[in-house]
Design a protein around this ligand. Structure first.
Ligand SMILES: [Zn+2]
Ligand SMILES: [Zn+2]
Ligand SMILES: [Zn+2]
Length: 281
């Protein structure tokens, strides 16, 4: 599994941000991309993309560079968690105005599939067969290639246009949990501690570090488990359990993205932060 991006939907730097968090990022040339993973099967030379972000153009090029062009430019399938802008709008690059892709398999839940089919510009991608949408079912795995299994699980989130899922991904050797967006762990019908224990790597929601990041009401409008809350929840767990957690989907306001001491402190407490370009196996 290669991490192709770790940032929240709005990207980094963030539109309109003049604060310390984005100051350096505006000047940088090595960009931090929006949350995305690449699952790579070196035997079959196939690969699958998790999320089609607004940074997809750069991320496909980035993937090609770091894998030395060993794989097809386009993935063998794209898995999408939900219809918030950071997670699916990159699909537009596959359409007639840009790449003109041929029947790229997009794995999505049924409401999201219907959303694609009935709303422009996505419906044009379906009509022109740039993408071919496969409907996933909650808790039912698909096998995109021999030895690889992907299972979607519904998670509580602001579902304006679609359901939201997290994915459990299993290969012959390694298992992963990917939950970039969830309202709060307590609202989920599964126990996050058990789910983390059941995998080797857990890439989970780290949108905000704590409750102080957004002014007043805005924080209530966009609930997420704070990094501080998640760490608290796991405080009595063994070090090897904590170390499975790799925080991802980090908002520009979260110091984990731009303040080394914040990152060091999280690591010192036994947790990890997903890093763009790193391979996890
Ligand atoms: Zn998101
Ligand atoms: Zn910022
Ligand atoms: Zn979301």
């Amino acid at each position: 599994m290669i991490v192709l991006g770790t940032v929240q939907d709005g990207g980094y730097p963030h539109i309109g941000c003049k604060k310390t968090c984005c100051e350096k990022a505006w000047k940088r040339t090595d960009k931090q991309y929006i949350v995305s993973l690449a699952l790579v099967d070196s035997q079959s030379r196939k690969w699958w993309l998790f999320e089609a972000t607004p940074d997809i153009k750069e991320q496909l090029q980035y993937f090609k560079t770091i894998t030395n062009g060993r794989y097809n430019y386009l993935p063998d399938g794209i898995f999408i968690t939900h219809a918030h802008i950071g997670h699916y709008t990159g699909l537009m690059q596959l359409g007639r105005e840009a790449l003109g892709a041929k029947a790229v398999t997009v794995y999505s839940m049924p409401v999201l599939k219907n959303y694609f089919e009935t709303n422009g510009p996505w419906s044009q991608l379906v009509k022109l067969q740039n993408i071919s949408v496969y409907a996933l079912q909650n808790g039912k795995h698909v096998i995109p290639a021999s030895g690889i299994s992907v299972t979607p699980y519904i998670v509580p989130h602001r579902d304006e246009y679609s359901e939201t899922v997290g994915f459990k991904i299993t290969t012959n050797t390694t298992s992963y949990l990917f939950i970039p967006d969830i309202d709060k762990w307590q609202k989920w019908d599964k126990q996050i501690i058990d789910e983390v224990k059941a995998v080797d790597f857990a890439f989970i929601d780290a949108t905000f570090y704590n409750e102080a990041e957004l002014p007043g009401k805005r924080m209530e409008e966009v609930p997420h488990p704070f990094v501080s809350e998640t760490m608290q929840l796991f405080t009595n767990e063994a070090d090897y359990v904590k170390s499975k957690i790799h925080f991802i989907h980090i908002n520009h306001t979260n110091p984990l993205l731009w303040r080394k001491p914040a990152e060091d402190s999280v690591r010192k407490q036994g947790f990890n932060i997903a890093k763009q370009g790193n391979t996890y196996k």
